[in-house]
Each structure stands twice: as C-alpha cells, then as structure tokens.
Design a protein around this ligand. Sequence first.
Ligand code: ZN
Length: 187
Amino acid sequence: MAKMQSQAEMTWPHDWADLDIAWFAGLFEGEGCAEIAKNGGTRLTIRMTDRDVIDRVNVLFPCKNIQVVNPKPVQPHYNQPKTHYAWRISKPERVRLVINLMLPYLGERRRAKCLELLAHLGTRPGTGGPNRLKTHCAQGHEYTPANTYIRPGTSHRHCRICMLEWSTEYRARRRLTGLERPFPGME
Ligand SMILES: [Zn+2]
C-alpha cells in the first residue's frame, strides 16, 4: 500500500511551469526521440533546423551542449541541406525527471516508449530498482529523508540537491536569454 506523502513531498522542488512543460511535451511528441542506446544508457533528443526553438528547449532543460550538425554540401542543383541543432540529455536522473514531467501530455506511442525507458532505467545500476538500498545519488549526495523526493504513485527516489541544481541552471538561463516563457506575454 502506498505510504501517505507529506506536504513537502507533494510539491516538485523546482519551478517548471505547466505551460512550459506542455509546450515541451508537444514539441517532443513531434520532433523528439526517446531511445535506449547501444551502451545501455537512455537518452532524450530533439533535433531541428530551428535554432531558436532548440534554444528555448535548452532554457527549460539545459543540456551539456547543443550539437551543431553541418551537412555536407551537395551538388549545386539540389537544395542545400540545412544545419541541424540537437538538444540531448542522457543523465539517468534527468531523463527520468523529464519523462515524468511530460508523461501526462504524451500520446500513446511516445508514452509507451517513455514508460519503456523508465522501466529500463529501473534495472540500471544507480537508478533505482535493484539499487533501492543505495544510500547516495549518482553524484554522491546522501539520500537522507530531507534530500529525497519520491513522486506520489512511484517508488523512484530523486535527489533534491541535484534537482535544485538543475532548476537553478534553468532560472539562470531564463534570465540570461530573457525567455521568461516559450510564449512571451502568457502566464
Ligand atoms: Zn544528487
């Protein structure tokens, strides 16, 4: 039986707005890719020719670096392929967090794929499942009651220090870029 969650545990310890998440989920539905890599890791990727859209994604969920893919020049009478920009995250904690956030908005096919990734992450060292007895997160923070967030209805533990770190990056990027919302003027 599920344990009653305290009030603090009911609240995500960061401030992603629902509108931002809904915007992201819709984009991911169309342009995103959730996959289990050959090395067994999981990753979420959005690859587009629109740099401004990728920049907005990166404000919400900062990744290490935006990959720029310059296609090889083709023969003159063909249309020149455009430069692609790829946003990608692969840290298990972050993949799990983003999937959990966008899951309610996804359609059947991507939802099934994301659930597959979550199940896979549950079998990976350091990401839950058999590692329930782990005392520290992947970054070495201790899973004390105060530092542990368990999303209602799941048994996965999230490290609050790591989540706060990422949400601080998110707020800093928002300030830097002046992108308060994907759709400026809306709240
Ligand atoms: Zn941590």
